[in-house]
Design a protein around this ligand. Structure first.
Ligand SMILES: [Zn+2]
Length: 727
């Protein structure tokens, strides 16, 4: 009995170690620490200054943050400069007048290449952007300070780049990569971001040929990284400034903390919710890696991609991807030796495992938690226990008929190891290493070998499954399926050990596991609530048509109780309200009295025929106080276009829309120049929508204050003035 309890505790401890390693950021270092180290407490002072208010492009607070960073760099004795340029994004239909802040810190070996440190200082309109990316800016300022206070300068140069307009479509990074003379001096880049307000700063994306860059991570010691993340991220439609930097084809490492995604791009991305440990983790890695890279050879050697993961005590394990397949073949040879004597049990074992894993995945398909529950570890644990209960019952039933069915489990894992090694080697380590140790354990039938196999499996996978579910995808949809499938696969791999834990318990302990799932689920029901820290997101839109007397108050997308009360109507707006943003959807709300606002304008500068096409050159102006100007051209196909003389390159776009649209941020007072090439003899209907923050006072309309659990999101509440002009 004691041995069984001890074994159960051992397994739980292994899971806990694995989860804590990916969930808990390092402790923040106090401001009293020596001035050569990175202190989150010192860096927090910068966040407090930057994150006073929202600071999207085109607002006075944006310029306040710019001036603050420039003053801090100047105080450090590093002469900053501003790259002021029209940026045209290559991932999204966006452009804008950016002001990148750059600083060059010379190394002792002046001839060489430089290490680029990137963060972005703009934020979304909805919130003060303390984490995204105030924390990155603060970490960079504190890192530069720590480097300056060291007696010995770094060997190579360091470029600090605070990009502008990341939220507007990676605009600042696009302008740096294409137009700044320092771009050619870069050897390697480190980018720091956030998709939440807490958690560890994961290294989740790399540049091409990452084996060399990833090996450098060993210097930072306390790193969470795995080639499974970089492999998956490459296939996802997500972007940071590194997506524009990718044009340079240089090595890079991208870091972000991602826990607390409910507060991402809302007013709760504030100083109070920023986890100091997350800030410390940003800085700890930034400082250690800058030292290592700038004191090593630059440019770095060219390598292929690597399989990599971090382990307790050992640190980063890194090997070239070509080794993945030979390792899987070693597993194949071992598997043949191990399962051959139990030939008859292989097919039933394979079938039982596949049936159990499929049932687990299908069950999870129906779990679709929303709001705070979606991001709760308590509900993740509930689902895991429920899946274990189902699998224990299947195991109990199958084991009575085929006592040797574990051979089939090993074959399923072998197929997974071989398949990932061949198709996605970055993910192969998740299957190959647990399998290799499980094969040794199955061959020896030695309890020590079984425990080593359990330790390798749980340390590698438990934390990963936790971070994929509770941090990245949530306990819903794909996140729930990943949790269920991996729980099932792990349980079957460790079945001989689990068998010893449950002993001869009826239904292999399924009843106990189901009971535990109910208890943990009840704890979730009682403790996990939508509140100020786990808020509902909503944003209001006031819009008026300058060509008529029409004005509307409403929202795009679903309305919560507060939004319904504030808007007071759920009528679908007229057609023109679908021409105000990137997505062609109508505003839902009601007609309201107008609060006359200045409207945007487009005027014809030049109208010529070039190479058989009509070239219309327009000057567009936005009213004072606008963040951005949304432009849309219909009625004729736009063959080519340019913004302030820069060609719009659509070849790298994430989405190709049939309509020409362009959102221009921070329109200069003198206006922006837009040139459109359309077929000769055709005309274009040119829509303009100027976006500014806040809802004006509307006669007879009272908007109640938001309750604490409802927060503005993305651009926040906005007013949009619309106009259509025919050219
Ligand atoms: Zn960001």
């Amino acid at each position: 009995m004691f041995a069984r309890v001890g074994a159960a505790v051992g397994l739980i401890v292994l899971c806990a170690i694995s989860i804590l390693r990916v969930a808990r950021p390092p402790s923040p270092v106090a401001a009293t620490a020596p001035d050569t180290v990175f202190s989150a407490e010192r860096a927090l002072h910068h966040v407090e200054q930057i994150a006073q208010r929202p600071h999207p492009m085109g607002t006075a607070d944006h310029d306040r943050v710019r001036d603050y960073i420039i003053a801090q760099l100047t105080a450090l004795g590093i002469r900053p400069q501003i790259q002021s340029a029209t940026a045209v994004g290559t991932r999204y239909q966006g452009a804008g007048r950016v002001q990148n802040i750059l600083a060059w810190m010379p190394g002792s070996d002046a001839k060489g290449k430089a290490v680029l440190l990137m963060v972005h200082y703009d934020g979304v309109g909805a919130g003060p952007a303390a984490s995204d990316d105030g924390a990155g800016c603060a970490a960079l300022l504190e890192t530069l300070r720590a480097l300056r206070s060291r007696k010995k300068p770094l060997m190579h140069d360091v470029i600090a780049l605070f990009t502008d307009g990341e939220e507007a479509g990676l605009l600042g990074a696009a302008a740096f990569v294409r137009e700044h003379p320092w771009a050619k001096d870069v050897a390697i880049a480190l980018n720091f971001e956030a998709r939440g307000t807490s958690g560890r700063s994961y290294m989740f994306e790399t540049g091409p040929g990452n084996q060399d860059a990833v090996s450098a991570l060993r210097a930072a010691r306390d790193v969470t990284a795995g080639s499974v993340f970089t492999t998956i991220y490459r296939a996802l439609p997500n972007d940071t400034d590194l997506s524009e930097y990718a044009v340079l084809g240089l090595p890079a490492l991208n870091f972000a903390f991602a826990d607390g995604v409910e507060r991402y791009h809302t007013s709760r991305d504030d100083v109070a919710h920023l986890n100091l440990g997350s800030l410390q983790h940003h800085g700890l890695q930034m400082l250690a890696l800058t030292e290592t890279l700038a004191n090593g050879a630059l440019p770095r050697q060219t390598t292929g991609d690597a399989v990599f993961f971090d382990l307790p005590l050992l640190g980063m394990v890194v090997y070239p991807t070509w080794l993945a397949l030979p390792l899987a073949i070693v597993a194949l040879v071992l598997a043949v030796i191990v399962v051959a004597p139990t030939r008859r049990s292989i097919v039933p074992g394979v079938v039982t495992t596949l049936v159990a894993v499929t049932i687990s995945g299908v069950l999870a398909r129906f779990v679709n938690l929303g709001g705070a529950a979606r991001w709760s570890g308590v509900y993740a644990a509930t689902l895991m226990l429920a899946v274990l209960a189902v699998n224990a019952a299947i195991y109990f039933a199958a084991k009575r008929r085929w006592p040797e069915l574990h051979a089939g489990v090993l074959v399923v894992w072998l197929i997974l190891a071989l398949a990932t090694s061949a198709i996605a080697p970055g993910a192969s380590y998740l299957f190959t290493w647990p399998l290799l140790f499980a094969l040794v354990a199955a061959r020896s039938r030695n309890p020590v070998a079984e425990w080593v196999a359990a330790a390798v499996t749980l340390i590698l996978l438990a934390g990963l499954v936790f971070s994929v579910t509770a941090v990245m995808l949530g306990v819903a949809g794909l996140g729930a399926i990943v949790l269920a499938v991996f729980t099932s696969l792990i349980a079957w791999l460790l079945a001989p050990l689990l068998d010893a834990v449950v002993g001869n318990a009826r239904w292999a302990g399924a009843g106990w596991l189901a009971g535990a799932a109910v208890v943990v689920g009840l704890i979730g029901l009682l403790t996990v609530k939508q509140n100020a820290d786990h808020p509902i997101r909503t944003a209001l839109v006031y819009t008026e048509n300058a060509d008529s007397t029409d004005a509307w108050l409403g929202a795009y997308g679903r309305q919560d109780a507060w939004a319904r009360l504030a808007i007071g109507g759920t009528i679908s707006g007229p057609e023109w309200t679908s021409r105000l943003g990137q997505a062609p959807t109508k505003l839902i709300g009601r007609q309201v009295p107008r609060a006359p606002l200045d409207a945007p304008a487009a005027t014809l500068v030049r109208d010529t025929i070039i190479n058989g096409a009509r070239r219309v050159v327009l000057r567009v102006n936005a009213p004072p106080g606008s963040m951005s100007l949304m432009m849309r051209a219909t009625g004729a196909p736009v063959l080519t276009s340019s913004i302030d003389g820069r060609i719009v390159d659509t070849t790298r776009y994430r989405h190709h829309s049939p309509t020409w649209t362009m959102e221009y941020w921070a329109v200069p007072d003198s206006g922006a120049i837009v040139a459109l090439s359309i077929p000769q003899g055709s005309h274009v209907d040119f829509d303009l929508a100027a976006w500014r923050p806040g809802i004006p006072t509307l006669p007879g309309v009272t908007i109640p204050a938001r309750p604490p659990n409802v927060v503005p999101t993305q651009d926040g509440d906005v007013s949009i003035t619309y106009r259509r002009t025919r050219f």
